[in-house]
Design a protein around this ligand. Structure first.
Ligand code: ZN
Ligand code: ZN
Length: 133
């Protein structure tokens, strides 16, 4: 399977040449800030399966929470984030809202429901973790 994605203005485009794994709807405060919404939905892809165009328009921000966020420096769209630990050496996490290809995950999990926005309700019956799994 392959997927394409882009930022809102189109300066950054990317192609994923694999299935996305480990689909998470993360409700932590960092993901709420990154998305500007109730949660950030992301899936993982191995670095070598991701092809990026428009690298010069990608800015990064390292929070003190052990992750680096990538976003378009022109339009501000959240695109990726990467853990600074072992997982991040192999995988990049893709904000699945940035995909242009239709994507329907079969399975996903909710992380950091302890930080969930009070104005959002989880009603999908999926597994919830107060922090991570
Ligand atoms: Zn952009
Ligand atoms: Zn999060």
């Amino acid at each position: 399977m392959s997927y394409s994605g882009s930022c809102q203005c189109g300066a950054v485009k990317f192609q994923i040449n694999s299935e996305l794994t480990d689909i998470v709807y993360c409700h932590c405060s960092m993901c709420r800030k990154m998305s500007g919404s109730a949660f950030l939905a992301f899936g993982s892809v191995e670095h070598e399966k991701l092809q990026l165009q428009g690298l010069s328009s990608i800015s990064t921000y390292s929070a003190n929470t052990g992750a680096t966020r990538s976003f378009c420096s022109k339009c501000g769209s959240t695109l990726f984030w990467q853990q600074n630990g072992i997982y991040g050496l192999k995988y990049k996490c893709i904000a699945i809202g940035s995909l242009d290809t239709n994507f329907t995950p079969n399975e996903w999990q909710h992380y950091y429901t302890s930080c969930k926005a009070t104005w959002f309700s989880i009603n999908d019956g999926k597994r919830q973790y107060r922090e991570t799994s």
